[in-house]
Write a protein that binds this ligand. Structure first.
Ligand code: FUB
Ligand code: ZN
Length: 646
């Protein structure tokens, strides 16, 4: 770690800064994570993940791909994909946050300056920028293949990095590059230009954010055009079907979230951004409908989206296999981006509940405890002899990998980790909304509070008012849907009011020193699944608070496939604070006494003769359930989230 050389701006805007909507997200400088799991995750990002990624990006040739446009002697384009510049952009976005810290990751400043300098040099005179297509030896020309070329997807990540650099560091160099490219896109693909869309949504939310940052309306109009154009047959595609690109129907008419999972959730997040600026109510109701359908039929219990390895697709309703779950880490991030915008639009806490589930499970699992190895796909079950496919890549490490040929997930993890504080709190009409619970200092113009908690390991949250508004004000506490009850008190006196749309709001004339205490029950829960969900019907999953638990073979006295765990075993589980994996303080495990099923017959499909399928357990065995996000940090072994009951 080296000391930062930057003086960052006093006001640092968060990643999403809507002009409309119900709530204002607090700025980055208004929320500071001070301790606990999320804070430790951020420190790990700074100390381990970023330095690791910078080395991988250099080794993989991402910088050389830019350099060789200036020096052809450097050889051929490195890598298979036309979107490898985005690995740099996502990393730059994360670095924009990290460079604002008192201590910066080793090599971060040099890397940032080097890449920004290269981008400034290689950008074409008309603003175009993509090292794959600018390659004189490339067989493809710019804009020749909108479906697969990812050029606008590239622009989207460039814009997001540029906005972050401008907001977090007051460094406008990248913004200049991004605007030149965005202006080209507006000229070429605007209302009277070519009627095309990109095969991979992403640029929509970026263009809206560029509009927010610059006030230039053209960018918002362009985002709106891209959202509305999709699904009207403007994409020429061959390898993948129309729904892979969400091009089978306009977004307002899509019957359900469909196609490639990351594309779908980025598109929906972009459409939500358009709604936030335009107030387009019918667009929002379409998004609400898609969201509700997704949550009711297509989301894993971990919050993961996308069940198919084939085409990295979401799959049909109730198609949620555990072992072959795809649940790409990028899709987890995209789902949180969508959730946050839906919340900002209307204030409903149900979006934050899903955000929380994704954060601690489908997203958290993507990174190793030490911070330098990644899952691309995130299955909910692993058999000891089965291979971890890790996206399109087979062979290699049995668990998380240090990098990928298609490394979309690692830098996505980095940027998201760096900006976690942007999603902790919001405000509306003098009410401060605490969206996620973590040790933090929250300081707005009128309110300053300190949050102390060991969440998600326990549900005790204390909010101390450091500075109170002059008049009566509100403190809104999210009561997660998983919480069967919630005790709220102010200075030791119980607050009687009920939550409204998931928010319990304390309204009063606060004074410095006031203490608001929220206690959420952290009783382990046994979850079943919808009867149509054949893959896990009759099975039980275990959760406690926002954490989904799993069982790894090293923690069970019998094969995990033979263990029987039902609601009774979960109700009797012992909640034990113990460190399973070094480097993650405060862990809580659940010790259960599981039944052990009789040894199964060898037949794959035995004839049923009236013999009871439910003979009851042949014995019992001790088993220790660990948080799902921590699995795979020891030697590769069997793992399950869903357990047999019989
Ligand atoms: O196409 C760009 C990225 O690569 C996608 O978002 C990921 O799913 C991976 O396919
Ligand atoms: Zn990915």
């Amino acid at each position: 770690m080296s000391p930062s050389r930057l003086s960052r701006p006093a006001e640092r805007g968060s990643a999403v800064r809507p002009g409309g909507g119900a709530l204002r997200p607090l700025r980055t400088d208004e929320v500071e994570l001070t301790g606990g799991l999320l804070h430790d995750w951020q420190r790990r990002n700074r100390q381990a993940t970023v330095p690791h990624a910078l080395a991988e990006l250099r080794a993989a040739g991402n910088l050389d791909n830019l350099r060789r446009l200036l020096d052809p002697e450097l050889g051929a384009y490195r890598g298979r994909y036309p979107f490898l510049d985005t690995d740099l952009y996502k990393t730059l976005e994360g670095l924009a946050y990290e460079l604002g810290h008192d201590e910066t990751p080793t090599g971060a400043r040099e890397f940032f300056d080097e890449v920004v300098g290269l981008l400034e040099q290689v950008q074409a005179a008309d603003g175009y920028l993509n090292s794959f297509f600018q390659d004189p030896q490339s067989t493809k020309k710019p804009w020749q293949d909108l479906a697969w070329g990812h050029e606008l997807y590239n622009l989207g990540h460039l814009i997001q990095a540029a906005v972050a650099a401008n907001r977090q560091l007051g460094d406008a160099r990248l913004l200049g590059v991004a605007r030149r490219f965005a202006d080209l896109v507006v000229r070429k693909f605007g209302a009277t230009g070519e009627q095309v869309v990109c095969g991979h949504p992403e640029v929509e939310m970026a263009l809206v954010e560029l509009y927010r940052e610059t006030g230039v309306e053209d960018y918002l109009v362009q985002a709106q055009l891209f959202v509305e154009r999709r699904g009207r047959g403007h994409l020429v595609h061959s390898t993948f079907p129309a729904d892979y690109f969400q091009d089978n129907a306009p977004i307002r008419e899509l019957p359900s979230v469909t196609g490639h999972a990351v594309r779908m959730a980025y598109l929906a997040a972009g459409a939500a951004d358009v709604h936030l600026e335009t107030g387009d109510a019918s667009l929002f109701s379409a998004l609400e409908r898609l969201w509700d359908d997704m949550v009711a039929t297509k989301l894993y219990i971990t919050g993961g989206l996308g069940s198919r390895h084939s085409d990295e697709a979401i799959g049909d309703r109730y198609e949620l296999p555990s072992e072959r779950a795809y649940s790409e880490t990028c899709a987890a991030i995209a789902t949180m981006q969508w959730a946050w915008r839906m919340f900002l639009a209307g204030g409903d806490s149900k979006y934050l509940d899903v955000f929380e589930t994704v954060l601690y499970n489908a997203y958290g699992v993507g990174l190793s405890a030490a911070g330098a190895a990644f899952f691309y796909d995130n299955p909910l079950q692993r058999r000891p002899d089965h291979e971890q496919r890790s996206g399109a890549e087979s062979g290699g490490e049995p668990l998380r990998r240090s990098w990928f040929g298609c490394p979309c997930c690692p830098p996505n993890i980095i940027r998201w980790m760096a900006q976690l504080q942007d999603y902790l709190a919001a405000e509306r009409d003098g009410t401060l909304y605490l969206c996620q619970y973590a040790d933090a200092r929250v300081t707005t113009e009128t309110f300053a509070v300190t949050v102390r908690t060991a969440y998600p390991w326990n549900g005790d949250i204390t909010i101390t008012v450091d500075r109170a508004p002059d008049d009566e004000a509100g403190l809104a506490l999210r009561i997660p849907a998983w919480a069967a009850a919630a005790d709220v008190s102010v200075n030791g006196v119980a607050v009687g009011n009920e939550p409204d749309r998931g928010w319990l709001t304390v309204n009063r004339r606060f004074a410095a020193g006031d203490e608001v205490r929220l206690v959420l029950p952290m009783t382990p829960r046994a979850h079943g699944s919808h009867p149509y969900l054949d893959a896990t019907r009759g099975a039980v999953a275990v959760a406690r608070g926002p954490l989904v638990y799993c069982l790894e073979q090293q923690d069970a006295a019998a094969p995990v496939d033979d263990l029987l765990i039902g609601p009774t075993q979960v109700a009797e589980a012992r909640v034990v604070p113990v460190e399973v994996v070094a480097g993650t303080p405060g862990q809580v495990v659940l010790d259960v006494t599981a039944g052990v099923a009789p040894t199964p017959a060898d037949e794959l499909y035995p004839v049923l003769t009236g013999r009871s399928a439910d003979e009851g357990p042949a014995g019992s065995a001790q088993a220790r359930l660990v948080p799902y996000f921590l699995w795979g940090n020891r030697e590769a072994a069997a793992m399950r989230v869903w357990f047999r009951q019989s």
